[in-house]
Ligand binder design. Sequence first.
Ligand SMILES: [Zn+2]
Length: 326
Amino acid sequence: MKRDLNSAPFVSRLSQAFVCAVSLSVLCAQEPVVQPAVVPVQAPVPTNEALPAPSAVALPAPETPGTGGVAVGGGAAKKTSYSRCKVDGRQVALTFDDGPHATNTPRLLDLLKERNVKATFFMVGTNVEAYPEIVKRIVSEGHEVASHSLTHPNLGKMAEGSVTEQLERTHRAIKAACGVDVVSFRPPYGSFTVTQRAWAASRFGYRTILWDVDPLDWKVRDSAKVEAEILRGTTPGSIVLMHDIHKTTVDAVPAVIKGLSEKGLEFVTVSALISMDQGGDSGSGGAAPTSKSSPKAGGKSVSESKSKPGSSGKIPKAVEVKPKGK
Ligand SMILES: [Zn+2]
């Protein structure tokens, strides 16, 4: 059965369904742009200087940060996205996007191993295809592997067919590299509409993972600042966003781990954190105020994600990707 979504961009659909309900003020173009190790197969991967510039008329989504954790598509059903979790303990999740990187990722893995810290890697499909051995190592050392699309495009502006291809191919690349069917997905720039999140959950069994701590490591490229911001913002249940393609970020990791450990925090993978999620309110009953910087046209700035875990979090079961004949 063909979805009529194929013929219309999600954006159009959203503008009908959500624009009036959700503020358009936040453009989630938080993320840095990946520099893939290989030439993107399909869409060109933007550089930091050439982010997909969402225009006012083509906002990827009423990407209200607070929607992280809101149940969509079925009333108070299960959550499809998370910006952080509500946990009884002191667990947090360190996450690394855009890799694997030929040298920085292995060095990071060494650092994590020495400290017995587990993390989650949201990987770009083209880099997975370029460095399958690193992917294998990530899994063998107890970390979680997750999808971050194939070529790091602004998915919130793309039609379903293209998004499907981005997700399917990445899923297959990770599966081929390490045998794991990923269940966690992070959209580049955080750009993924509420409709898309529900779709990704039903179609791929993915939960959309955002973040509540963003040190802007891709932008500042300063280990001390990265460390300071993470230590300042991380609390139990936090999902910390970093990028293992940057040397300065990897340089910051030892101090980050030390500092957070001294605050009594423990490190788990995103899936483990979600399995502990108590749902309900996250302590604020609404959007947690963690906004740091305002979005700019061009999407370089980060508008921080906020948390609002909604209903009780259940981990969507990984399901097989069902390639839709192409
Ligand atoms: Zn990214």
